[in-house]
Design a protein around this ligand. Sequence first.
Ligand SMILES: [Zn+2]
Length: 421
Amino acid sequence: MSYSLLVRNCGQLLTLAGGPADRPLSGPALADWQILENAFVACEGEKIVAVGPMAALDEARVTAATQTLDAAGGVVMPGLVECHTHLVFAGNRAHEFQRKLQGESYLDILAAGGGILSTVRATRAAPEAELLANALRHLHDFRRYGITTLEAKSGYGLDCDTELRLVRVAREAGRRQPVRVVPTFLGAHVVPPEYWGRAADYLDFLAADVLPALQGEAEFVDIFCEEGAFSAAEARRYLLRARALGFGLKIHAEQLHDLGGSAMAAELGAVSVDHCDYLNPTDAARVAAAGITVAVLLPLVPLFLRQEKYAPGRQLIDQGVPVAVSTDFNPGSCPSKNLWLALSMACLKMGFTPKEALAAVTLNAAWALNLAAEIGSVEVGKQADLLVLDVRDYQEIPYWLGENPVREVVIGGQRQNLSDH
Ligand SMILES: [Zn+2]
């Protein structure tokens, strides 16, 4: 049978293969994966069916029916996995940018009714069609950056109807374009004005009235464990209820303060603990001991919030914590979709090597979505999500700061037209 798609003349094929199959890459394994030189990738339908050096290509399976992409000596790698975004929202917060520059902090702006709450007001008022159009426009931009799978959190509704609408919009956006969308429920983003001073009551309401309606609709349940949002004890109780309903668990923790949320969630079996800027070494060891929980580091957030402190990426890697890197795309603390820039910042500000950073935006990000069996590496049997880049050496990827190196995107064996709308 002939190949449906062949990517040939890959100068460097970053396979991400060679590590353990049963857990995310951690410690030295984060950089100990295979790069093939002068290689090819062959696909049938949506799957990868052969990978190897050009000399091993079975030319008999390359026929008139085979679409061929010539990488011309460029780098070829798996599609990027964006494992932490707040995709669906209305409006933007450009009006707060100047206030931030004048020194108001994220928590100051939130306490004054701005921040998340201004996006909540705009999102509640927006028609579903507008939310969907926004999400589709953002997904189009993500796809041009080479993102082939993206996690999308709700969390700007903070009431039953709007939160259900945000999850519905994320799912519909996933159906209407090629990027795979994984919905996460983040109704526990902050306490809405209707419940001020009654955080526990709000979580009870979410667990009793909203979570049951989301079974089969959202893969994961997430909560923002932070001063001004939810405590670690509140988060624990809520996540246990979500787990009992069959949801995978995620948490925003140790972003601005060390409340112990990361270690707590890892011990509940969370797929990821996200931010970790203030994660201490003792709790990091507890996350590492969990074995499968990925610390998702978000270096564009401290950059945009003008925060000096970045997650201790080098220390986490050396302690054996599996790490991923994401943008945290959202209107308040990271209005960027440029995961390549986040990858560079992980090198510059968190001490990653280029090879470690590449694993953090592919295979380990897939682990953070519990999808590593299907995506995140270039291996036989996996989804054919591939990027052909305009660079010839992987070390150039973080070096060309802020550039988009993507020349071609393949999702599920389909070559993408990056200029369409
Ligand atoms: Zn976030």
